[in-house]
Design a protein around this ligand. Structure first.
Ligand code: NAP
Length: 290
């Protein structure tokens, strides 16, 4: 589609943004639906975040996604947060309303839950969840799992203080507690849904895994937020044991689809967005092989 005088922008504010799959995903969706919008990734250094947010209104953006390191820092520059963003305490999507108001939401956690339910069919109300990690992604996932009905959520992290802090926050929505490192094996044994939200296993360290494979047990559903590679060592070892697994790409697609729906008021073409993201990942890999 040609860029015209009517073309409006959406995009991504992060630092860096070079590896983002979102431009490929959203631009494919805009083209398919004939929407005169373009998605551009903007590397915004922290000291320019306030100026970049002001520009959203001045330049008639429809909105932006927000990624590391701006998800919390952007909050004071917005006019309002919706309930999801308030509960998570961070923003991954900004909507520029018709009256110019900047509203922050967070689609990471709901994107994760949508993808988990779509790909595994688990009954959240019956799960004993163990989350590995206590960073930004863990926060969104833990809060959304709790708000969507997971009643018991244990959190284990390399830095135990952060697990305790996150558990205290999630405790407003579910029975939540921090797992001391020496009790991790027991916590895995007691869990029915294991969610890796750490970066362990992500390229260039794809040979790493957060748990010894012998800790995986029958009936455990294993979910990993990492999508580079699409199938992490943790997921390969779980599959080899015959367990139900869930990779990180679905979360990326669904958080994007939810943002797309907020910006456009249209249903997101989810399958097409997934194909576009997979093509971009494949192109990335080819580029590296050359
Ligand atoms: P973050 O805020 O920096 O948190 C990183 C987490 O990983 C922390 O809990 C950290 O523990 C832990 N960690 C890092 N290296 C570790 C190691 N060697 N051993 C044990 N724990 C380690 O990052 P984030 O934004 O939460 O992202 C975490 C992962 O989720 C990344 O791989 C990211 O690509 C993925 N992610 C995927 C999606 C998706 O759409 N699928 C969305 C967001 C994030 P400490 O607290 O001890 O440092």
């Amino acid at each position: 589609m040609t860029i015209t005088a009517e073309t409006r922008l959406v995009g991504l504010f992060g630092y860096p943004v070079g590896h983002s799959l979102s431009p490929a995903m959203h631009n494919a969706a805009f083209a398919a639906l004939g929407l005169n919008l373009r998605y551009v990734a903007f590397p915004v250094p922290p000291e320019h975040l306030a100026d970049a947010v002001r520009a959203l209104r001045a330049l008639s953006f429809r909105g932006v996604n927000v990624t590391i390191p701006h998800k919390v820092a952007i909050v004071p520059f917005l006019d309002a947060l919706d309930e999801e963003a308030r509960a998570i305490g961070a923003v991954n999507t900004v909507i520029v309303e018709a009256d110019g108001r900047l509203v922050g939401t967070n689609t990471d956690g709901r994107g994760y839950v949508r993808s988990l339910l779509e790909e595994t069919g688990v009954d959240l109300a019956a799960q004993r969840v163990l989350i590995l990690g206590a960073g930004g992604a863990a926060r969104a996932v833990a809060i959304s799992l709790a708000r969507c009905g997971a009643p018991r959520i244990a959190i284990a992290n390399r830095t135990p203080e952060k697990a305790a802090e996150l558990a205290a926050h999630v405790a407003s929505y579910a029975d939540a507690w921090a797992v001391p490192p020496e009790r991790l094996a027991d916590a895995v044994r007691e869990a029915t849904l294991l969610v890796n939200t750490t970066s362990v296993g992500m390229v260039p360290h794809a040979d790493e895994t957060p748990l010894p494979p012998e800790w995986l047990h029958d009936g455990l559903v294993v979910s990993d937020l990492v999508y580079r590679p699409l199938k992490t060592r943790l997921l390969r070892e779980a599959e080899a044991r015959g367990l139900v697994t869930h990779g990180g790409l679905g979360m990326l697609i669904h958080q994007g689809a939810l943002a797309f729906e907020r910006w456009t008021g249209r249903s997101a073409p989810v399958a097409l967005m997934r194909d576009a993201a997979l093509r971009a990942l494949a192109a990335e890999k080819e580029g590296k092989d050359c």
